[in-house]
Design a protein around this ligand. Structure first.
Ligand SMILES: [Zn+2]
Length: 110
């Protein structure tokens, strides 16, 4: 990954990439802690910063079919979770445009 401008968050609690400590999200944008990622527990966020979004792909989950994009740390390239582009099930529509970050890949940076 080349050098890029990185957003710097301020707030009560900031989550960063566990590999390089790049800021990713604040607790204020967290919507839920009750999600499961590829590596265990995961959090749903309204918005995140300093990530690169991959190409869309279809993924079958316990809650139905979704179109998602893997999200990568802008600095170190670690896959941190995914973004929901589209949910086929009406009851899952609230996830569209939201982001999953894997708890095991996050650190507190404050
Ligand atoms: Zn990183």
């Amino acid at each position: 990954m080349g050098m890029r401008y990185r957003d710097y968050l301020v707030g009560a609690r900031i989550y960063g990439c566990s590999t390089c400590k790049t800021h990713l999200a604040t607790i204020h944008s967290m919507l839920s802690r009750a999600f499961n990622g590829q590596h265990g527990r995961a959090y749903l966020f309204e918005g995140v910063v300093n990530v690169i979004e991959g190409e869309p792909s279809e993924r079958q989950m316990t809650t139905g079919n979704h179109t998602v994009r893997d999200i990568y740390c802008v600095k170190c390239g670690t896959i941190l979770g995914w973004k929901y582009d589209f949910a086929y099930d009406v009851s899952q529509k609230y996830k569209e445009g939201k982001y999953i970050l894997e708890r095991n890949l996050l650190v507190d940076v404050q």
